[in-house]
Design a protein around this ligand. Sequence first.
Ligand code: ZN
Length: 328
Amino acid sequence: MEKNCLKQILTYINKVYDVGEKINSLKNKNKSPVKISTISFIVLFGFMIQIRSFNRLERLLKRNKLKKLLPKKTKMPYIDAVRRSLSDFDLDGLKDFHSHIVKTTIENKVFRNGTIDGLKVVAIDGTELFESTKKCCDKCLTRNDKNGTKHYFHTSIVCATVGSDPHIIIGQEMLEPKKDSPDKNEGEITGAKRLIKKLYKEFHHFADIIVADALYCKSTWVKEVLSIGMDAVIRVKDERLHIVKDALALFKCHEANKEWIIKQGSKKYTRVKAWDEDNFEMSDSNIKVRFLKFVEEIHIGDKIEFKEGWIITTDKFASSKSLMEDNA
Ligand SMILES: [Zn+2]
């Protein structure tokens, strides 16, 4: 990266997102002799230039590559000091820093044109962390594999913007063994409900549409999303659901409502056909949703591949094309 360009980025994030001030306000919890702001800057910078390991970071430190970016006479830490400091880091301070960044993106209307077709779209998804058969803590979730071995892990439900850059993580919520159902799907939905409620309280209208995968195809989830004034888009996979049977039967009776072509280079293009009808009832409630079926004809040279996908949504207005992009 050009040195000037780098300097500009650092000046910009400092001016707009108060990075320097926030880093300086982080607490030095383990009384490290190196300033916590120096360590924070080094790690943040490592993330920015996508350093993949502590070994690489160590090499940078040893070669004194970062010295020029820090104030003169800054004492550079050894990698062990960085490690020690991170293992007992000021997480509350870090959460406050993150929340400040998200609030700033909202205030500065970073997504004023939406992330997809004028709408601000976020996706919710669960991700498993720190899996182990040996190490555990009192907040670990557990499961037994088919050999009867116990696996310990954590699950984080993450909410992030999708579509145009930048992709911002609006927030995350850890599942807890005592609070959340041991059933994988139920547990995840409960955690996700908690997450969107928390985010709504903190940021208010943080999105127009919340996209989620097939396990969220439950009326309780749809109700929760509607209750904070947002729309749900959910992938559907289970063909045994009544709503799927109803919709597919109806779609058989007519041609696609819309058709378009996506060009993907000189030898590849995809013809998309979308069937789109409103007022389908979710089986366990009186919530009415729109059901869309997409059939993709993928042409590569002389070959044709077919792909079919279904989604339901409470959004009445978004075009089938942008709803498909939400799920891309
Ligand atoms: Zn644990």
